[in-house]
Design a protein around this ligand. Structure first.
Ligand code: G6P
Length: 511
């Protein structure tokens, strides 16, 4: 095992100028000095009481799925913070959950029998291709991530998007005194459609889980006006960051009859008013901390490092998506080992890439690109018994992910654009040992709240990227501890139940 001191000598002897101040230095986190003295559990990481109200949730993807095991169907709760945070509120408050159904009628029947509050909206295979793969993920997803060159606009896909949104709106019926909460870019038109149908409902909220680009980017969408009108049917529209709120408010000025009050964050349009706000989503910090504190965890983390045979482990976990900056990261790794050949055999990157949207052309192309890059970088630098990049294409359970987070010396969370990025927050919540360094892209929504505790970079600046890896690897234990304790406290204070509470309180208060 190399000592951090040895690594420091190795790095500085090879790149003295960089080590002496040429490296990208992020400011010390505020309040860092007293952080080291804090106890092991991050302040605020207790379970918060969830709101007591009737919720009607509308999401594209269903919160449960069925898998067949040995001839019988097993109910599986889908992963993700939103599902685990909102299900208890729906269940205890007598709420409802509306989501698409793309399976067979038998599966539909079985799902709704086992989960009585689940109401499924049928979406055919052709509609999945057009509404989900075509419009939601071929047009809106790249548009909202500022990736105009990847947008594919099709009138037919737009028509299907309208049709499926209408079907969701038609399914709601009387919502009584519940808070109806519509989620994400697949369902942008639903709020306005509910108003047009005069559906009886008390309050209507919409949350946008992805970025919202500046108006010059957004207006490229031929149907940008309809998307804005769709969203403005809600009483409350939530985003992850202040900058997305501002981008949205500015986009609303594209509607000639809209009155935008930047001060009050309210948009008046078509006789209605919508309040807009930033509500950064969090992770289930108490649950992750609990997993990370399991007695077996140290051994599991050590086993991961041993299997990879490295002294310093860099880790990235992403859905396989072009917004995640995976190719840019591999370029940085290539350059790192070109500059630091003496660290071959010492440092490796483990990339966990979770397959996603594999029917969409851009995603298939990305898989090929990533495969080729891994081959090129490994071919260039590998030595017997060691390779610079290990890439796995599969998903991991949360406990296994936590073990990987604990095993890493440095997490690289470096998307080229990301609404929030919960991997960054999961990594921090897992580090109950107050160790590990987080390199975070300034283009992740998480940078707005975590930036001061991380090494923040522009992932397109390969020199800055390499310098951040150097700095992370050389960082002394004291500084790592101070930064991570601050990050953990910040993540725990803004966890998923706090997010639900804040959105709901804002959406239901009188104004
Ligand atoms: C990401 C996005 C979400 C999206 C989710 C699932 O996490 O931030 O907005 O809903 O992926 O995407 P999928 O296409 O697999 O349903």
């Amino acid at each position: 095992m190399i000592d951090p001191q040895d690594l420091q000598i190795a790095l500085s002897s090879c790149n003295a100028s960089a080590a002496q101040g040429g490296l990208q230095a992020a400011a010390r986190p505020e309040g860092a000095a007293d952080a080291a003295a804090r106890p092991q559990t991050a302040a605020g990481a207790e379970k918060r009481p969830l709101p007591d109200l009737r919720l009607v949730i509308m999401t594209n993807r269903e919160p449960f799925s069925l898998s067949s095991a040995r001839g019988s169907l097993r109910l599986k709760r889908n992963s993700g913070g939103v599902v685990s945070a909102l299900l208890p509120v729906v269940e205890t408050g007598g709420g409802r959950w509306l989501a698409w159904h793309t399976g067979t009628p038998e599966e539909r029947q079985e799902l709704t029998r086992r989960v009585p509050y689940l109401e499924l909206v049928d979406v055919s295979a052709d509609e999945v291709r057009s509404y989900y793969e075509g419009f939601a993920n071929g047009a809106l997803w790249p548009l909202f991530h500022y990736a105009l060159d990847r947008c594919r606009f099709s009138n037919d896909d737009w028509d299907t998007y309208v049709r499926v949104n209408e079907r969701f709106a038609d399914q709601l019926g009387d919502a009584g005194d519940a808070l109806v909460w519509v989620h994400d870019y697949q369902l942008c038109l639903v709020p306005r459609l509910l108003r047009e149908r005069n559906v009886p409902l008390h309050r209507l909220a919409y949350f946008h889980h992805v970025p919202f680009p500046p108006p010059d980017v957004f207006r490229v969408l031929p149907w940008h006006r309809q998307i804005l009108e769709g969203l403005l049917g809600a009483d409350q529209i939530g985003f992850h960051t202040e900058s997305y709120v501002i981008n949205f408010l500015r986009a609303c000025e594209l509607l000639p009859d809209a009155q935008v009050d930047f001060q009050a964050r309210v948009v008046h349009y078509a006789g209605r008013s919508a309040r807009v706000g930033a509500f950064p989503i969090g992770v289930d910090a108490p649950a992750i901390e609990k997993l990370a504190q399991r007695p077996s965890m140290t051994g599991e983390a050590q086993a991961i490092r041993t299997a990879l045979r490295v002294d310093k482990l860099l880790l990235s976990v992403d859905r396989l998506d072009y917004t995640k900056g995976i190719a840019e990261r591999f370029e940085a790794i290539d350059r790192f080992f070109t500059v630091h050949p003496q660290l071959k055999g010492v440092v490796s990157l483990l990339q966990i890439a979770v397959p996603s949207r594999t029917a969409v052309t851009e995603y298939r192309r990305l898989k090929k690109e990533v495969d080729e890059l891994v081959g090129r970088v490994n071919g260039k630098h590998a030595e017997p018994g060691w390779q610079p990049i290990h890439c796995t294409y599969r998903s991991f359970s949360l406990p296994r992910l936590v073990a990987h987070y604990r095993a890493a010396d440095v997490a690289l969370v470096t998307p080229v654009r990301d609404g929030m990025n919960l991997v960054a927050k999961e990594f921090c919540a897992s580090r109950v040992d107050d160790d590990g360094v987080l390199i975070l892209s300034e283009f992740a929504g998480a940078a707005e709240s975590l930036g001061r505790g991380t090494l923040t970079i522009n992932p397109l600046d390969v020199r800055q990227f390499v310098a951040a890896i150097e700095r992370a690897l050389m960082m002394k234990r004291g500084e790592r501890r101070e930064r991570m304790a601050w990050l953990r406290r910040t993540v725990a204070a803004n966890d998923i139940s706090g997010w639900v509470n804040r959105v709901v309180a804002h959406a239901t208060q009188a104004w």
